[in-house]
Design a protein around this ligand. Structure first.
Ligand SMILES: [Zn+2]
Length: 358
């Protein structure tokens, strides 16, 4: 489905993609059958952490696996150190991986976060792919070595750790965190990507607890948005580029999310985004739509990239919606992990390379 099909004026988010385009009964049935088959297939995958090679891109992995992978990566690689940017309501660590080849904390920083929405499994898988490339390519790949001798990378593979765990055990299509806002209410969860304190409460977010875009009681009320805030603030004086990876729609988007108006740096943001999307397409022919977020997908006040740009002044602040257009949607089969990782990382590297440095 094209971007125009999923950008209704009234809302909302990728959760509506299926509903909006599956209005006819026959299509709903097809979707449901496909959904159940995919869930069954993906639950039946045997999950075994492997030590060599460290990364396994043939399957999706649960949070426990990913966290133990980070431990092992930190132990094995001189480039890697990790830190905990926050702890979820249910007590899970929100871990960030720093990849640095030196410089003593003086180099400009690229921040990439994945999995703020629980069901978008290709996002954490792509962060794992990027971590693999960064740590295995240094010293072997000249372009990557040059990149890593210029920038430090801070990568947060699973922002919404509670929600992500919930998608593995209870509900594969869960989106929000697991915050039980009201004891007497059935509805659980805040959308952490409507909870950033920059134009909090505006277009494309809701104060209704039961909606998938419930924004929370106030800006930064949630552990997940706090963790990104605190992690990013820790490198704010060096932060050069910010990428939030989501799925699905195949879009490369810049601020604003809260308004249709274009920001002061729109042309420059677009220039770099177009370089990124072209490099991405060159790998497997995947077409991305490029533009400002509100107009390209839908308004979403309180989202991370707006806060990073609006509050911290980081010009190169982007949201990527990874594959696909809805054929599989959130249930993108694991054989797509490698091609999506390849093209996304190629695009991000090209974008970073296009950013002027002093
Ligand atoms: Zn998302």
């Amino acid at each position: 489905m094209g971007s125009e099909d999923i950008a209704p004026t009234s809302v909302m988010d990728a959760w509506t993609h299926a509903a909006l385009t599956q209005t006819r009964t026959d299509r709903r049935i097809t979707y449901c059958l496909l959904h159940h088959r995919l869930v069954d297939e993906q639950r039946n995958i045997i999950r075994q952490p492997s030590s060599t090679p460290l990364f396994d891109h043939t399957n999706y992995h649960d949070l426990q696996y990913i966290l133990s992978l980070l431990d092992q990566l930190e132990a094995d690689s001189d480039l890697v150190s990790t830190y905990t940017a926050g702890t979820t309501l249910e007590g899970r660590d929100i871990r960030v991986v720093q990849v640095s080849s030196g410089g003593g904390g003086t180099r400009p920083v690229v921040w990439i976060d994945c999995g703020i929405h629980a069901r978008e499994w290709i996002s954490p898988a792509t962060c794992q792919w990027i971590l693999d490339q960064l740590t295995s390519g240094y010293g072997a790949d000249p372009d990557l070595s040059a990149l890593l001798d210029t920038y430090d990378f801070h990568i947060l593979p699973v922002v919404n750790a509670d929600g992500y765990s919930f998608t593995w055990t209870q509900d594969r299509l869960w989106r929000k965190n697991r915050h039980p806002y009201n004891e007497s209410e059935e509805c659980v969860g805040v959308d952490p990507n409507r909870n950033f304190d920059y134009h909090f409460g505006g277009l494309g977010s809701s104060d209704r607890h039961c909606l998938p875009i419930y924004r929370g009681e106030y800006g930064f009320s949630e552990e997940e948005s706090q963790a990104i805030r605190d992690g990013v603030m820790g490198v704010s004086d060096r932060l050069k580029a910010y990428f939030a990876l989501h799925s699905y729609a195949q879009m490369w988007m810049s601020p604003w999310g809260y308004t249709f108006e274009k920001p002061p740096h729109y042309e420059e943001q677009l220039r770099v985004a177009e370089i990124g999307a072209a490099a991405l397409k060159a790998v497997h022919g995947t077409n991305y739509t490029v533009g400002n977020l509100a107009a390209t997908i839908y308004p979403s006040a309180g989202m991370s990239a707006d806060w990073v740009y609006g509050e911290l002044g980081v010009i190169y602040s982007y949201v990527l919606e990874l594959r696909d257009h809805g054929t599989y949607g959130f249930l993108l089969p694991p054989e797509y992990i490698v091609p999506v990782g390849e093209e996304t990382w190629e695009g991000i590297q090209a974008a970073i390379t296009a950013i002027p440095l002093p």
